[in-house]
Every structure is written in C-alpha cells, then in structure tokens.
Write a protein that binds this ligand. Sequence first.
Ligand code: GAR
Length: 226
Amino acid sequence: MPKPLRIAVLASGRGSNLAALLAARDHHALAIEPVLVASDKAHAGALQLAEAAGIPSLHLNPRRYDNRRDFDIDLFTRIGDSGAQLIVLAGFMRILDGDALRPWVGRMINIHPSLLPKYRGLHTHRRALEAGDAEHGASVHYVTAELDGGPVIAQARIAVLPDDNEHTLAQRLLIQEHRLLPAVVSALAEQRLALAGADTVMWDGTPLQAPLRLEDGLLERGARDE
Ligand code: GAR
C-alpha cells in the first residue's frame, strides 16, 4: 500500500460519492486520508457523513462573500491549510474561478455524470435520453478553468435501456460512479496518473490517447490506446 494520499472533498449534496471513497478506504482498497470535507450548503449530506466519520468538515456560505472569486480564494486557502494533496469534486455544484483554481490544476479532479465531452453542465441524464443515445456514462477529469472541460482521465459506460427515464438512468449510473471515482483516486494515490502540460493525461508514464475505461472495477486503456 502506498502512503495514504491526503484528500479534500468538495460536495454540495447527499455525498454518496464521498461515501464510496470512505467505504473503499475502510475496506483497505484505497489509501487515502481525508483531511477535509467542504461544502457551500450547510445541510449537505456530505458534511454529515464527514462529521460521522470524524473528518474535519467546513461549510462556507457563498452569501457571506462579495463575489465568486473571494469565496473561492477563501475555500482554496483553507484547503491548502488542511494539507490536502488532492482535491476531489464529488457533486460540487459551483463554478470555480479560473484564477483561484489555477494553482491546483493537476491536483484537482471532478466526477461528472456524462461521457464528456458530451453534456457539460446540468441535466445530463435528460439530455442523453432526449438525444436517443444508446450509451451513457460518467467521467472523471482534471479540473481546469473550462467548466467540465478539463482532460478526461477515465469513464464508466452503461447502456441506455428502452424504458429508462431520468431517474432510472441516474440510479444505474450512480452505481458505476461509486466504482469509477475510487478507482481513479486509487490510481492517483499510486502515482500511476499525472497531467502533463495543459491537456495530456499520463498513465504509467505514457500519454493516454483516449480516456481509461472502467471494466469490472478496473481501469483499462481505451480503444484508441490499444
Ligand atoms: C453525482 O452524480 C455527480 O456525478 C454529480 O452530482 C452527483 C452527486 O451525487 N456531479 C455533477 O453533476 C457535477 N457537474 P452525490 O452527492 O451523491 O455524490
């Protein structure tokens, strides 16, 4: 096992992806030390989870700041103070200021419920259904100033079923998210991943030509890499 990677998790909602990270850690499948869970929502389930797990938690109220940048600068300062080596956005529903996040590029990842570059932003399940997609999925990517636009590290795919609605699709995808995020964080903890330059994801020392794919819980090189 590598030395635990100190992570800060940012979440606005229920925190099921945070729970998946903690479960993987508890099963000795993920070498992480969560040093902070922060949220813009006072009642986020993620904060309650953190408190129950004895992880330092922090609520920052955006209304107390004059503008987005001031909020983000305070947030990143506190994350820096926590000693985090990696920031994981797990359902953090705020746009981050490009200048404030810049020092963390390469050390901050986000999970997004679509096969990026498809469907950046909101309502991804609805948009996949409306487009008649045969496949849907989730992506973990490095965070850059471009919303949901940073280099994609890995994706999990599911088939869209004929009678799927937004709810069933989201539910089935969430199960995959709970595998994908710990798998990527584990690869980061093992130093198998890095961002080179602005947009090249390195996997075991060589550039990825396509996002890694989650297959049976393991990350594998995508088709264009074989
Ligand atoms: C997850 O589905 C995640 O992919 C999504 O929010 C949900 C959070 O669920 N993130 C985004 O939409 C970010 N653009 P959780 O709070 O149960 O982990």
